[in-house]
Design a protein. Structure first.
Length: 243
């Protein structure tokens, strides 16, 4: 797995952690600024892939990452401008965009390291690959999952709800709970998930009871279940590859 796991981790870091809101919005503007932001974003992907891959004489893979990312993002931006304003379906676009990038990574890994991709189904990973899988798993359940959940829950308008909570508190609660769920699974402490869910229910019961608003209750419950489901599935997927 010389190519596949480092390229996956590079994509997660560059697309979700190194892509700032300014870059993301800049890609959607018009004129020269749009292309500058798009080129910068693709360059970040290529450089991140180059360093994580660690093959200093191999410039073809980072170049292909740059070109493919440029093409995919250009198509995505054009599609969003044409269709999103009418349909408002950003979740589908997000998933298709990520699938396209992962497909490119899969093709590159197969072309350069096809034998290793085959052998992974017959033997256990070495320590280095285990570390990469841990990093990929934890990276995925942080910002990428948060972005996906925001897109998924965007259909519910919360503007009418009273703003009594702390700024960004919900985002960090989600980060922590998903990190804890995956950690509980990987350390064979699945019962900790039940304790975490019970503790969160106790803390939120007062707020939900005072609100007396079924929309608020359903929103909190839906967000909690989506967050826990993704984290639990991710934990078991990582563990099934490790052991």
């Amino acid at each position: 797995m010389t190519f596949f796991l480092p390229l996956i981790l590079a994509h997660i870091i560059a697309d979700f952690f190194l892509q700032t809101d300014k870059i993301n919005e800049g890609k959607k503007t018009v004129g020269k600024r749009r292309w500058l932001y798009l080129l910068l974003h693709c360059a970040i992907h290529a450089v991140t892939a180059y360093f994580l891959l660690g093959q200093w004489s191999n410039w073809k893979v980072p170049l292909m990452i740059f070109v493919s990312h440029y093409a995919i993002d250009t198509i995505k931006i054009a599609y969003e401008k044409k269709n999103i304003a009418r349909s408002g379906n950003t979740t589908q676009t997000f998933l298709l965009d990520q699938m396209a990038h992962l497909a490119v990574i899969g093709i590159l890994a197969f072309c350069y390291d096809g034998r290793a991709l085959y052998d992974v189904f017959r033997q256990q990973f070495f320590c280095y690959n285990n570390i990469l899988k841990y990093l990929i798993g934890y990276a995925l359940i942080l910002k990428p999952t948060a972005i996906f959940m925001n897109l998924l829950l965007s259909k519910w308008n919360l503007n009418d709800f009273p703003a009594n909570g702390l700024p960004h508190a919900g985002k960090w609660i989600g980060f922590l709970e998903r990190t804890l769920v995956v950690t509980f699974i990987l350390t064979d402490n699945v019962e900790g998930i039940g304790f975490l869910l019970a503790a969160k229910s106790v803390f939120r019961f007062g707020d939900l009871n005072k609100a007396k608003d079924i929309k608020t209750t359903e929103y909190v419950l839906l967000g909690t279940l989506v967050s826990f489901t993704i984290a639990i599935l991710m934990g078991f997927v990582i563990k099934s590859f490790l052991f």
